[in-house]
Design a protein around this ligand. Structure first.
Ligand SMILES: [Zn+2]
Length: 447
């Protein structure tokens, strides 16, 4: 089993993921994707978009603004309840999320319940706590011209939030899409985009960060059919995660969330859990959200969210099945599945066995020797041909051939193609396989 530190280290060393604002000493809970990381992340997001939007007739994509009218968050309940229990150590003033430092309590813990756990401060070791306070995790900002000497009321009027979930950008566009596309039920609206949560203690690399990307679908259904649609969505998630993204079945399992732990509006939720290097964590959620969100929007906006069935003329507010996945969580699941250390001819190597459809580069092309112009020229020819055909092909003529293989193994390039003196004679190249390290000869024309 790979260790999280090894993956973090490889990500930094090879240009997948860097700590955010590294040059200024960092910014907690933020991460920057480097050239290889953004390539991997984008491939994952593109596979999702293709699978759930482009390949389906019943799902439409949207891309809503991150800044939304603050009434969105009043309607959705985020203003009132999107909060974590914050507790402060009176000795050293450190602040923690209470349910993350004490055993056997959840987000709705009271001060008394927390004190009964006799938790010691993880920083100073004392047990001297202030009361539990609710800390709203939405980031606030001001929109328009707000000056430092404006009164509180003026400032308050201009408050906006960085969206804490992409879902509300979908719900608020439900009516727009119904009025322009007249879709039959069931239909889905899908969105990918950034969401922001002011986590009290971000941790575990990109698992719990303050800025993340989400991929969400709101699948609108006739309430009478929610159960069968829930099952369909559930099977589709498995197909996507296992067959398209290549996550192993045995590392993935479903957690049926019991009624007392579900959001109050959800009648059924399944958390898809994944075995990460640091233990089991939620990878994605599948929730039956009923008509909670559309009814909230109808109430707050005064506009009807009713849908009229074209055949029966029956009107009702659709119910919703929501698969929601964090992109960074999926990136980490892919990286930790791909990460292996093994030994080749007595030499230790690190290899990322990324699926071909996700690897940043499909091929690496290189001349056997850098100082032989005829080899370099021929190799460039092969490189340019493959780049035109596949796009994601890299060139490497640094160090010796063994070093190049090690480097390409570490960044997950499935095949290395080497041009040598035989190539000049018979137009064949060596193709070396990342996973088996086996080498074969192949005609250039067959690549
Ligand atoms: Zn303390």
């Amino acid at each position: 089993m790979s260790k999280l530190e090894d993956i973090v280290s490889l990500c930094k060393r090879r240009g997948f993921i860097f700590p955010g604002s590294d040059i200024y000493g960092g910014m907690a809970g933020t991460w920057d994707f480097g050239p290889l990381g953004v390539s991997l992340k984008k491939k994952i997001m593109d596979e999702w978009w293709k699978f759930f939007v482009e390949d389906r007739e019943d799902t439409y994509g949207i891309d809503a603004a991150i800044l939304m009218n603050p009434r969105t968050w009043v309607a959705s309940g985020h203003t009132a309840t999107f909060a974590d229990p914050l507790v402060e150590c009176k000795e050293c003033k450190s602040r923690f999320r209470a349910d993350k430092i004490a055993e056997g309590i959840n987000e709705s813990v009271t001060t008394e319940e927390f004190l009964n756990t006799h938790t010691k401060c993880p920083v100073c070791g004392q047990e001297n706590w202030g009361p539990i306070r609710k800390f709203n995790m939405m980031f606030t900002t001001h929109v328009g011209a707000v000056l430092p000497d404006d009164d509180a009321e003026t400032a308050e009027k201009n408050v906006a939030y960085l969206r804490p979930e992409t879902a509300q950008g979908i719900f608020t566009n439900y009516k727009n899409v119904v009025d322009t596309f007249y879709p039959d039920l069931p239909f889905g609206l899908a969105q990918q985009g950034k969401a922001f949560r002011n986590e009290i203690s971000p941790r575990d690399f990109i698992l719990r960060d303050r800025e993340c990307s989400q991929m969400e679908i709101e699948y609108f259904v006739n309430p009478n059919t929610w159960e069968e649609n829930f099952e369909t969505m559930r099977e589709l998630q498995h197909e996507f995660l296992e067959d398209v993204i290549g996550l192993p079945k045995e590392k993935l399992h479903e957690l049926e969330v019991p009624a007392e732990d579900r959001a109050h509006y959800s009648k059924r939720t399944i958390d898809f859990m994944f075995n990460y290097p640091n233990g089991e964590e939620e990878l994605m959620g599948l929730a039956y959200r009923t008509d909670f969100d559309l009814q909230n929007i109808a109430r707050e906006s005064g506009k009807s969210m009713e849908y009229r069935d074209k055949v029966t003329n029956e009107t009702f507010v659709p119910h919703v099945i929501e698969p929601s996945i964090g992109v960074e969580r999926l990136v980490l699941a892919v990286l930790s599945t791909a990460y292996f250390e093994d030994e080749i001819n007595g030499e230790k190597r690190t290899v990322l066995k990324l699926p071909e459809n996700l690897a940043p580069y499909k091929f690496c092309v290189s001349p056997l020797l850098k100082n032989k112009p005829e080899l370099v020229e021929k190799a460039k020819e092969v490189y340019n041909t493959l780049r035109k055909k596949y796009g994601n092909v890299t060139w490497d003529d640094s160090g010796n051939i063994g070093k190049r293989y090690r480097k390409q193994d570490e960044i997950g390039t499935p095949k290395c193609i080497v041009v040598d003196f035989d190539t000049l004679e018979d137009d064949t190249v060596t193709i070396r396989d990342r996973d088996t390290t086996e080498q074969i000869r192949e005609k250039i024309a067959n690549l």
